[in-house]
Design a protein around this ligand. Structure first.
Ligand code: SF4
Length: 212
């Protein structure tokens, strides 16, 4: 099956593929994502570690300060919660219809895989198949009920809900570079202004995002 729309009394959604999509197992649920190398790096648990080179800057704003270089590490937390929540909700809706879902995968297509920045993030392929674990149905129902209530309340009262959690904001990087709502989000405007000021002072993004 592909692109079937399913719904319950909380929400609805349309998954991309379900069935024998990888091997002989006919219970595989998959979703396609066209996304950035940054998000794939996070999903694979890749991160950069700063290594002291033992040298110092000889001129400029950073004169006298130690020089660092970045090295990639591959043992970080796999940040796939957003995808896992969405895919698990499709799983739950399918199971309510009597289908058995045995495995879940995200097929992540990297939209900037030909750029140097992707290589620097350890992303050297265009497509990654990322396994997704099961989340309990009880947790999913509570989460989506809360989100639906928050949205209804915001629409009725014409007030914005509280700022997204730090996990949802990817430590503010989503607000400055990726969120589809950032043009209209007061928090994104504030944090983008803060980022500009810090960059003018020569503070590295990884450092100022921790203090924002
Ligand atoms: S830009 Fe606004 S809506 Fe988007 S993640 Fe940041 S806080 Fe949330």
């Amino acid at each position: 099956m592909s692109e079937e729309r399913l719904k319950d009394d909380i929400t609805s959604g349309q998954f991309d593929l379900f069935g024998k999509i990888l091997d002989a197992d006919d219970g595989v649920l998959g979703d396609l994502k066209v996304t950035s190398s940054f998000k794939i790096m996070k999903a694979l648990g890749i991160y950069k570690e700063k290594i002291d080179t033992g040298e110092v800057y000889k001129s400029g704003l950073k004169k006298g300060l130690p020089k660092f270089k970045s090295e990639l590490r591959y043992d970080g937390v796999k940040e796939v919660l957003e995808w896992a929540i969405q895919l698990n909700y499709y799983r739950m809706l399918l199971e309510q219809q009597g289908f058995k879902v045995s495995k879940m995968f995200i097929q992540a297509i990297c939209r900037d895989s030909n750029l140097r920045i992707a290589q620097e993030r350890g992303i050297d392929k265009t497509v990654y198949i990322i396994p997704i674990n099961k989340i309990s149905d009880c947790w999913l129902k509570k989460y989506f009920s809360h989100k639906a209530k928050t949205l209804r309340n915001a629409l009725e009262t014409k007030t914005l809900p509280s700022v997204c959690k730090i996990r949802e904001r990817w430590g503010n990087k989503k607000c400055t570079d990726y969120c589809a709502a950032r043009e209209n989000c007061p928090y994104a405007k504030k944090i983008t202004q803060f980022a500009k000021t810090q960059e003018q002072k020569g503070v590295e993004p990884d450092d100022y995002r921790k203090t924002a």
